[in-house]
Design a protein around this ligand. Sequence first.
Ligand code: UDP
Length: 355
Amino acid sequence: MHAPPAQAADPRRRCLVTGGAGFIGSHLTDHLLALGHDVTVIDDLSTGRRENLADAMAGRSGPGRLRFIEATVSAALAALGPGERFDMVFHLAAAVGVKRVLERPIESVETNVHETSALLRFVASRPPASDGSRHAATLVASSSEVYGKGARTPFAEDDDCVLGPTTASRWSYACSKALDEYLALAYHRQHGVPVVVARLFNTVGPRQVGDYGMVLPAFVAAALAGRPLRVYGDGRQSRCFCDVRDVAPALPALLVCPAAHGLVVNVGSDDEITIEDLALRVIGVLGSASAVERVPYAHAYAPGFEDLRRRVPDLSRLRRTIGFRPRHDLDRTILDLAASLAPPGAPAPGRRVTA
Ligand code: UDP
């Protein structure tokens, strides 16, 4: 359950969350319901999970009402009635994870571009709302992958994006997300849709699973099972991890902030940690007997895989627009993620609990 934040007094709004059964989408859905908004979730359950919405479906997330539509975004929107309209739209449905993108590049590119295009057309074609606003405020979730190898660190929203060659399929994801961004910003300029592009950095927390290659759930699952934590490369590459329970409330906060409309905004943490230190932190926090194992990139992904050495966001814009301040520290996130991965009835993982 999410603590009601500052917008709790907002009038009840009709929200659409695509990808709402996914890891980030389900936390966002819980948050919006806790604020008292009505939420329509569209998810084809390709990577989303119905159980992520268990609280929402049982009415435990908050006073808002939930409607769940199991379909692709384009199919679900095409089936909605002509008068159906939303006040806030959050487009999170997308192909997730570098691993999945490498395994299924055609599907990833097509899903990202086609579904985003369908969503933006839908928003721009709806009739005006009763309060006179022409279009739903629309947040398109993008990814820090768009920066590619990065022109400099930390990554700021107006920096150049430096992608590798088209023969390396890892960059197809970045390219498809960049197209989503172009489309969203074009709808803002050409049709006046109040759009925010949120470039999400490494987001972690309860309900996240390691199936799509994400490092923290993979480490936590290994530590819980007493298996080695597999650190790719030399382990000196670094990332900044932000708890999903801090990321989710930032998204509606950006959408109700007119100063953010028409902008790309980095969302995440700028607290940097190497992957090797992350492995040791997980082992320490969970009191695990697991070892750390080094795995060459060529074994972990494919020969020629290019990893990013450092990924650190410049958060000035996020702080300026919504005064963003994360509340969950990494130890807390590790413990809560472990609890969500542990089988039901298992003793609470960890030997050290932080506030
Ligand atoms: N990584 C790792 N072991 C794993 C999964 C990932 O060492 O089991 C590394 C990966 O090579 C990368 C970092 O952890 O350097 C973060 O990987 P993730 O896929 O979570 O995020 P991204 O690379 O997209 O930032």
